[in-house]
Design a protein around this ligand. Structure first.
Ligand code: LRH
Ligand code: MN
Length: 429
């Protein structure tokens, strides 16, 4: 499979940006050197850093009111993989795609795996979907799926999750993400205790179907589509469920699934303490589950989440290996540009958290030197690590200036000629 962006174009663009990058990197390396930080070591860390992109993020997203298609947006998993290949070709930090079923269903999963590999891509956690009814489906999920009062509906949801595991095995995935929209819109609509009991009973059957080396990640969410109660509404419910289900079950933190102003970095520290920090869905939000670009609204929060992750790396719990994934809805931008931008922003938070002077921070914390502790963290947050990320990209064959290179390639315009038009509609995908 030829790569979607010509490597000559990338080389040409990098040649034009190389001198400026060398100058910026040199200045940063000297500044960091004075702080006892080795910039080259951070370049190596940036090269090892990766985050998965959501297949469903490659197309335009929408709200309940409308979705405004983008000419040339992907219409199936094959075109989504091609676009994800562009993101990884220019950014060099997103070599895995997290698929969603049945949205990404195909006849031949072995062929799909090969197709992805031909783009240099692999598959991350598979996502099940028991929050929509599919044509011809026997049982509706209108009043719940894994927690439904209807035994046949719970069974249907269990079978769908097991089917996702089977698909995942064929495409080389080793994790299942389970988010259910189950909940209520009215007080009294369901018994809050028995709803969880039913959920746990059904989720245990999914758990029992996990291959030994797999992981099941529970994704909590405060509200939407349910607007009074959600069965797995917060990290406490998720942790309780993961502890009851077993060692292979962990908790996934979608940054947008919390009430405004919730201290998400502390939730990360608590889930890590319990050895249940399974992964992330990175995005940003100002009000609800807005699924905006990561770090676009509250970049400091994203940095503080990574500050907790670096501390966690230093005191790992059994099986500490969080799955890093993006989960965004691109309603007004080109999804490729948004995901390249978000991947860089997330990598930037990881590298800035990596250059915190931990010794000085811990000493200030122990001494209750409040201002010094805060400033030690803030100094890292205010460090522009752009040259480190660009250097890592360039050394990995990516583009120093990924946005200009992408636009110069006129990739989207080309796809608008090739791909069939996506109709008007509404909803997330
Ligand atoms: C739920 C969610 C979940 C996905 C869906 C597309 O809000 O974050 O992770 O299944 O978005
Ligand atoms: Mn999510």
């Amino acid at each position: 499979m030829t790569m979607p962006i010509s490597s000559d174009l990338i080389a040409e663009s990098n040649a034009a940006n190389a001198a400026a990058l060398d100058e910026d990197f040199g200045a940063l390396a000297r500044q960091l050197g004075r702080r006892g930080v080795d910039a080259e070591a951070l370049v190596a860390r940036a090269k090892d850093w990766t985050v998965a992109v959501p297949s469903w993020g490659a197309g335009r997203g929408g709200t309940r009111f409308a979705k405004f298609p983008l000419a040339g947006e992907p219409t199936n998993i094959h075109e989504k993989l091609e676009d994800c290949a562009v993101i990884n070709q220019l950014g060099r930090t997103t070599p895995r795609v997290s698929p969603h079923f049945p949205w990404d269903c195909v006849e031949d999963y072995a062929a799909l795996r090969e197709e992805a590999e031909s783009y240099g891509l692999g598959f991350d956690a598979v996502n099940s979907n028991t929050f929509q009814d599919q044509p011809g489906q026997a049982q509706t999920y209108a009043t719940g799926s894994l927690s439904s009062t209807v035994e046949a509906t719970r069974q249907q949801a269990v079978e769908h999750n097991i089917e996702c595991i089977e698909i995942g095995r064929k495409i080389g995935s080793s994790a299942l993400t389970v988010w259910v929209g189950d909940g209520t819109n009215f007080p009294g609509q369901q018994d809050l205790g028995r709803s969880l009991d039913r959920y746990l009973g059904a989720a245990a059957q999914v758990y029992d179907a996990l291959p030994d080396d797999w992981r099941m990640m529970l994704e909590h969410k405060m509200f939407e589509p349910a607007f009074y109660s959600s069965v797995i509404s917060d990290w406490g419910s998720s942790l309780m469920a993961a502890q009851e289900l077993g060692e292979k079950c962990k908790c996934l933190v979608d940054l947008g699934h919390h009430a405004p102003n919730v201290n998400i970095e502390q939730i990360v520290a608590r889930l890590h303490h319990a050895g249940k920090l399974g992964g992330f869905h990175f995005n940003d939000s100002k009000y609800g589950d807005d699924d905006l670009d990561s770090g676009s609204i509250n970049p400091h929060q994203l940095f503080l989440v990574f500050n907790e992750l670096i501390e966690a790396e230093a005191s790992p719990r059994a099986g500490f290996d969080p799955a890093y994934m993006i989960d965004q809805s691109h309603n007004v931008t080109d999804p490729i540009e948004s995901m390249m931008s978000s991947a860089e922003t997330i990598a930037g938070c990881y590298i800035r958290a990596s250059l915190v002077d931990r010794e000085a921070l811990h000493a200030a914390q122990e001494a209750n030197d409040v201002l010094l502790a805060f400033r030690t963290l803030r100094q890292a947050y205010e460090t522009d690590v752009g040259p480190i990320l660009a250097r890592a990209r360039a050394e990995e064959g990516g583009a120093i200036d990924w946005l200009t290179t992408y636009r110069t390639s006129r990739y989207r315009e080309r796809k608008a000629q090739e791909r069939k038009e996506v109709g008007l509609g509404a909803g997330i995908v």
